[in-house]
Design a protein around this ligand. Structure first.
Ligand SMILES: [Zn+2]
Ligand SMILES: [Zn+2]
Length: 267
């Protein structure tokens, strides 16, 4: 049975859609279940963009960094903690991403391509049920992000499956493109546990499939991709209550074995 020893996908209350609890709770739960390496990756703030219930405000960023730094020092003997962000890739924010590393000293970024913003900073969703154009835009932006070299791995690469009712040849082709680019760049694809436990009901209600998608991951396994398991915790309980029977079934169904999974990232 697969047992997680690391998790690099952890949110905090600052994004506005996670549980209102102290950051420390995530650390305590992780220690309790034997996680050795814990990365915080809340939704990155963007200067000049306020997106309630989606991402932290830029004004909250220093508090986030300070909080994780304190926890890193406090629990130094029990667990290794990293400070990162989950982030979309936008070409016009390249300088900002470099600033995050150079000036704010974050340890890592993971690529979670959720949406776009227009020039006024208003969100534009990629996805509408079975609208191919949105899936293609997502895939194109995701691949640009992958190629940027800024990200440690690709979060929920199959996010669009929540809006796909049937896998058409066009969908199949864009899945190929995502997998092959990740393979070429040696970027792990995340099997996102939050998708299974929190986001699935909405997708099913609109008559769609959902992520993590066995179809997508079977394909990736055939190509020879590497994988990482991300809890995508929005509540500290999600760390202590991992459904290992789901995970085992999913890995079995997709033929993904221990050798295909990256257990620990190196920084
Ligand atoms: Zn995400
Ligand atoms: Zn996330």
């Amino acid at each position: 049975m697969k047992k997680l020893i690391a998790n690099y996908h952890t949110h905090t209350y600052r994004c506005g859609h996670a549980s209102m609890e102290p950051d420390e709770n995530y650390v305590l739960e992780a220690i309790k279940v034997g996680i050795k390496d814990l990365g915080f990756s809340d939704h990155a703030p963007f200067k000049g963009i306020t997106h309630e219930k989606m991402r932290m405000e830029f004004g909250q960023f220093q508090g986030y960094l300070d909080s994780i730094k304190n926890l890193k020092e406090k629990y130094f003997n029990n667990i290794t903690i990293h400070v990162g962000l989950e982030c979309e890739y936008y070409e016009d924010k390249l300088d900002y991403y470099h600033e995050l590393f150079n000036d704010y000293k974050i340890d890592y970024l993971i690529l979670g391509q959720h949406l776009r913003y227009n020039e006024e900073g208003e969100p534009i969703n990629y996805f509408k049920k079975d609208k191919l154009e949105g899936f293609i835009n997502y895939k194109n932006d995701l691949i640009k992000g992958m190629k940027s070299g800024l990200f440690k791995y690709v979060c929920h690469p199959d996010l669009f499956m929540n809006f796909v009712s049937e896998i058409t040849p066009q969908i199949d082709k864009l899945m190929d493109e995502i997998c092959l680019e990740a393979l070429k760049l040696n970027l792990p694809l995340e099997i996102n546990l939050h998708g299974e436990f929190k986001n699935k009901d909405g997708a099913i209600a609109r008559g769609c499939l959902h992520y993590p998608s066995p179809y997508f991951f079977k394909k990736a396994k055939k190509f020879g991709n590497k994988f990482i398991i991300g809890i995508d915790a929005h509540n500290s309980n999600e760390i202590s209550e991992i459904d290992y029977s789901f995970l085992d079934d999913f890995l079995k169904e997709t033929s993904i074995s221990d050798e295909d999974i990256i257990d620990i990232l190196h920084f």
